[in-house]
Design a protein around this ligand. Structure first.
Ligand code: ADP
Ligand code: MG
Length: 605
């Protein structure tokens, strides 16, 4: 609540304008209520001022709030009656004008505040480390970015302005009551605060349920995301019914919570109104008595009663605004939760840009754990020379991907040091480090854009010739040329129109275009058939000559020519050497893997 207010107040210009307009609304509302007195007393002659001097009661000679208005307009007491219609029009017009202005200015603030928050949130999420994305779910992040932020917008743009505006209006009305008849006003004041107690209970419930509702919404987003991205698997396993039931269950839970929310928020207004009615009834009794004793005029009482009843509107709006704000506070907390999550892997304050490297990668006793108490790498040490090819071999889950992920600092090594050409990867800027690493993974990420833009991802103004050159090197040019619009063909989200092998080759072309001194191929050819792999292999051999390349592949044929092979098992390097050296170890893991893949070959070379 307080933080939301702070954010809003930062938009000084708009907020000031909104506040001024709000004061205008309050002023005109108060004047409008006070007009009831002359309408009753002068127009209906309930207590004509002409005979005021003759009357002996206090009511006739009373100083009234509107006196200043008549003086200002130079209207004599006797002319009030004829001036009233015009004054009424002016007052209503003034009230309308300021209502429009205050509403517009506050909505403008709401939109601005929320835009900033959404932008900041997205930027923060983008900057999060890989570890964060391992834990986060898409649906949850989506719901925070859209749903939560929208509710905050509602709160800032509408509810908060209502709160400010209605508070001022209420203050104006209270002032009217006090000036009109302070004794009765005091009586009303004593009773009214009792209403605050149920209001607090309502808002507490709303906040709690609002938070629950957002969590359920995130579940729904998650389910949608999962089934949309995995629709093929869902279909293949004919799990539509299962997924639908899962969805219906979540949907039902969301619906239940929202029903509860609807119940509470619908109850709160009539309940508050009822309490208001009690106050009103009490006032009627007291008022009748005071008119009878001629302490107030019928017009005064008219002002009092209509003001009290008119107060319901701001009170009702206040309680409704309070509901919206309470729900928004829950949303705000969820947004802050993300914003307060440290990005973990950031540039150090004294980080310097990594100068162009030759590709001398060195691991020195590197250890790593994704989860604090479950280390997956132990004491990994090796060193490459520039332009060498290093193959990582091992069973799945051995830690190969983890090792190469540490080079680009997608995760931070828990112990030991990693240097590139003598520069500790922790001491250089992330951007300069990653710009010198090309990464092709088994999971291919393509964006909903043209083929050309996908290959040139992350690079500006690349001439088409260069794109075609990399595409040709990665054996993509042929199939791209056959696409309807060639390089300008839009490939759907996740490259839906391409085969997996084609996607993998596109990813390769992307890495090649970057021409990085360090290239990482993490099972980059695993989805290719032997024919494409053979074609790619030739291209790769050429490409790998010019840079330090880390290759992870299951097919040992693709890594035979590596300058060094590291055999990984259980997060440790258990063997290392060239193919010829490793094959000679009779009980080595590499030998065993080799025998499994090439049973017919004579061992030992
Ligand atoms: P490989 O690439 O050799 O198949 P990985 O490096 O992917 O193996 O995984 C090594 C170990 O780390 C495995 O036990 C795996 O379960 C674990 N692991 C991999 N990625 C994560 C992650 N994001 N969070 C937690 N544990 C992980
Ligand atoms: Mg792997």
């Amino acid at each position: 609540m307080f933080e939301l207010l702070k954010l809003t107040v930062r938009e000084k210009k708009w907020v000031t304008l909104a506040l001024l307009s709000t004061l205008g609304v309050a002023f005109f509302t108060a004047v409008m209520m006070n007009l009831v007195q002359p309408v009753i007393d002068e127009m209906f002659g309930a207590n004509p001022s002409a005979s005021a001097a003759a009357a002996d009661g206090a009511a006739a000679t009373k100083v009234r709030a509107l006196d200043f208005l008549w003086n200002l307009l130079g209207i004599d007491r006797g002319d009030i009656k004829s001036a009233l219609p015009l004054v009424l029009i002016i007052v209503i017009f003034g009230k309308g004008l300021f209502t429009f202005l205050s509403s517009f200015f506050m909505k403008a603030v709401g939109n601005k505040v929320v835009k900033q928050m959404r932008d900041k949130l997205y930027a923060h999420i983008l900057g999060m480390s890989s570890g964060f994305f391992d834990r986060a779910t898409t649906g949850d992040l989506m719901s925070r970015l859209t749903n939560d932020v929208d509710r905050i917008q509602q709160a800032v743009g509408t509810a908060m302005s209502d709160m400010v505006e209605e508070s001022f209006v209420l203050a104006g009305l209270l002032l009217t009551l006090l000036i009109n008849d302070w004794q009765m006003a005091l009586v009303a004041f004593v009773i009214a605060p009792l209403a605050a107690i149920p209001m607090a209970a309502f808002s507490r419930q709303l906040k709690k349920q609002g938070r629950k509702s957002q969590l359920k919404m995130a579940d729904i987003y998650n389910l949608i995301h999962e089934t949309v991205t995995g629709n093929r698997i869902v279909k293949a396993f004919t799990m539509e019914g299962f997924e639908l039931r899962k969805f219906l269950k979540s949907s039902w839970r969301y619906y239940r919570i929202n029903l509860k929310l609807a119940w509470i928020s619908s109850l709160s207004s009539p309940f508050m109104e009822f309490i208001g009615g009690l106050v009103g009834a009490f006032i009627l009794v007291v008022g009748a008595d005071r008119i009878a004793k001629n302490q107030i005029s019928p017009g005064d009482f008219g002002v009092f009663v209509s003001t009290i009843f008119y107060m319901f509107t701001p009170i009702k709006r206040l309680s409704r605004a309070n509901n919206v704000v309470q729900q928004a506070v829950a949303c705000y907390d969820r947004v802050q939760e993300v914003l307060n999550t440290p990005q973990e892997i950031e540039d150090r304050p004294e980080a310097y840009p990594l100068p162009p490297v030759q590709g001398r990668v060195k691991f020195d006793r590197v250890g790593f754990a994704y989860l604090t108490d479950r280390p997956v790498l132990f004491d990994v040490s090796f060193e490459t020379k520039p332009r060498e090819t290093i193959a990582l071999v091992g069973l799945s889950g051995a830690g190969k991907t983890t090792i190469v992920n540490l080079i680009g600092r997608f995760y931070e090594a828990t112990s030991g040091t990693i240097t590139i050409d003598g520069n500790n990867v922790r001491d250089v800027t992330l951007a300069s480090l990653r710009s010198q690493i090309g990464l092709v993974t088994q999971e291919i990420v393509l964006f909903n854009d043209t083929v050309r833009a996908n290959i040139a991802y992350g690079l500006d103004d690349v001439p088409l010739e260069k794109i075609i050159a990399s595409a040709t090197a990665a054996e993509c040019h042929e199939f791209i040329s056959e696409l309807p619009q060639g390089y300008d063909t839009l490939i759907g989200e996740r490259g839906g129109i391409l085969s997996v092998g084609q996607r993998q080759r596109l990813a390769l072309a992307r890495a090649l275009l970057k021409d990085p001194p360090i290239l990482i191929l993490d099972e980059a050819t695993s989805a290719l058939d032997s024919e494409s792999e053979r074609l790619i292999q030739q291209a790769l051999t050429r490409i790998m000559k010019d840079r330090t390349t880390f290759v992870i592949a299951h097919r040992l044929s693709t890594i035979r020519n590596a300058d060094a092979i590291l055999v990984i098992d259980g997060g440790r390097i258990v063997e290392s050497g060239t193919h010829e050296e490793l094959i000679r170890k009779p009980r080595g893991i590499y030998r065993k893997l080799h025998d499994l893949q090439f049973p017919e070959e004579e061992n030992g070379g």
